[in-house]
Structures are given as C-alpha cells and as structure tokens.
Write a protein that binds this ligand. Structure first.
Ligand code: PBE
Length: 306
C-alpha cells in the first residue's frame, strides 16, 4: 500500500490532522508529489520519525513493543526508551497539538480517563490478551510475618479502585496522601484484606515496586494498610528486573507489581521457584500500543516500514 507523506505540514501549519486527512480525499489522490495516499490515509510513520514513544527499557511493554517492531516487519522503527512520566508528558503535548504519537501503553491507566485514546489492534497477538496484576512475596514471609502475609494474600481490588487512586495522583496528589484518603474512604474493602490479620508493633517490612503509575498507586495503598496494622513500611522503587530479583533473593519482602502471564512472563519463569506467588490483586489489565483517537489508523499493521 502506497501512502503519501505529509512532511510535517500538519505541524508547520498548525492544522489538525483531522483537517489534513479530510483534505487528502479522492481529489488529491493522484498527485505525483506523494503528499497524499492512494486511499486518503495519512502516512503517520514518517511524521512519527518511525519512533514509538517508550518507557523504561526494563518494562515488559517496552520489550513487547520491540518484538512487535520485528514481528510486524517495521524495519527502521525504534522504540525510544525513557520513563513512564516522560511518556505521559509527550502524550499530553502531542494531544494538545493534535499531532500523531504512538506510545507503549497499558491499562488500567489514568491516561484513558484524561484523553480519548485507543489501542492499536494487534492481530499477531504480540502483546498478549488480558493480564492480571499479581502479588509476589519472598519465601519465608508467611512464617516470619504472618499478618503481613495475610494482608498481601488478600489484597484484591478493581480497575475502578485503582483508577481512582491513579487519577488523583496524576492530578498532582501526593501518592501517600492519596492512598491514605482512599484507604479511609474504602474501609469495608480494606477490612476484607485485613481479615484475620492482627496488629503488630513496628515490625519492619519492605515493599518493592517500579515507578509506573499503576504500581505507585497499588504499592502506596498496600503500604498504608500495613502501616495502619502497625508495620513500619519501607517502599523502594527499583528497575523491573531488580524488583523481581529482590523478592527471589529475599532481600525485599513483597511486591504487588507482577504483570502476568505475558508482560513479566520471562521474569516469572526465571524466579518462580524462588518466590511465593500470591495470585492476582487485579484482573483485566492490558498492554499494547496506544494512540490518540483522532489518528486514522486502527491496527499495528497500518504502520509502515521505513
Ligand atoms: N507497565 C505497567 C509494566 C507493568 C506495569 C505495563 C508499564 C510493564 O510493562 O512491565
């Protein structure tokens, strides 16, 4: 399929892509300068400089995106490593200017509440299907800290719950404060997590996580619940691989940030015999390539090799 190039005109003229796309209708389709395509579609790939706006290179979604570049034959494309925060900023700026952008995305995530976005279809299944977010603890935790183990084992919430916390943090709330307010407002749910757990007197426990929006939310909530039980909780942000390794080696006590079966599947395989899998704490998570809804593509297959 031959698609023309817009050569950044949209940006230069400050026109919305919607308008440009509308201008690339059938009248233009035979122009020889390649500025429009044979089917009226915009060639985003060149405008994007063949770049997917990524997050931390250790994230599962980053690695899945690199696999997608290979599996969909997107020669010349790059998944640019940065941070979750920088990705969100780039997404917000692109939307403000109605420019195209493709990001490594996941849900739950506040970006879907704040912006009109869509996942690109993934007919090859590179990003997998529905994921769960799981809880992993170190071996021996059940014996050493049965009350913390009980809470971590029973911690389970919904996408809506997580979205509430995430959105407030994204809107500028301090994570520990937002988490504390949520715990207070959701006493019934929290009581299910703490059922059977007794109060302790300042026992130290360390939770590890990665500074992804989802994990900032869940880790702060669980930390607050453990604090209310009398634990002295340390939360330590790490890189993804290091987080898994910290639980497997017993250096840290637990984490609620395991995305399975796909996203962290390799890490799970590597460490599953050295840790204790407490199962899902959230169901219905997902990863993939995400674009603003105004982009006139629906599938990863609509992206073009260089
Ligand atoms: N994420 C958020 C992580 C898991 C949680 C999708 C960015 C990842 O890709 O590893």
């Amino acid at each position: 399929m031959l698609k023309g190039k817009l050569k950044g005109l949209g940006v230069a003229l400050g026109l919305s892509l919607t308008l440009i796309a509308a201008g690339c209708g059938s009248d233009d389709k035979d122009t020889s300068n390649g500025e429009s395509s044979d089917n009226g579609e915009v060639n985003y790939s060149e405008e994007l400089n063949y770049t997917i706006t990524g997050i931390e290179a250790g994230a599962g979604v980053f690695q899945a995106s690199e696999r997608a570049v290979e599996e969909y034959g997107l020669d010349g494309w790059e998944v640019a490593a940065s941070s979750s925060g920088a990705m969100a900023t780039a997404l917000g700026e692109a939307i403000e200017n109605e420019e195209p952008i493709v990001v490594t995305g996941w849900s739950p995530h506040w970006k879907f509440a704040k912006y009109d976005l869509k996942y690109l279809e993934d007919p090859k299944g590179t990003f997998g299907d529905a994921e769960i977010i799981g809880t992993m603890v170190r071996q021996g935790l059940e014996e050493d800290m049965p009350n913390a183990y009980t809470v971590l084992d029973q911690f389970f919430w919904t996408e809506d719950d997580m979205n509430t916390v995430m959105l407030e943090i994204a809107n500028g709330g301090e994570p520990a404060e937002v988490a504390a307010a949520w715990v207070e407002d959701n006493a019934e749910k929290v009581a299910e997590w703490t059922e059977g757990a007794e109060e302790v007197d300042g026992k130290e426990i360390e939770l590890v996580y990665v500074e992804w929006d989802t994990e900032v939310a869940s880790t702060n909530v669980v930390a607050k619940v453990l604090e209310d039980l009398g634990f002295n909780v340390t939360v330590t942000p790490l890189d993804n691989g290091v987080m898994w390794q910290a639980i497997a080696s017993g250096e840290a006590d637990g984490m609620v940030a395991a995305w399975l079966p796909g996203t962290h599947g390799d890490l799970y395989e590597e460490y599953k015999d050295q840790l204790v899998d407490l199962g899902a704490n959230l169901e219905g998570a997902k990863i993939g390539l995400v674009v603003p809804a105004y982009m006139e593509i629906d599938s990863i297959e609509d992206l073009e090799a260089k």
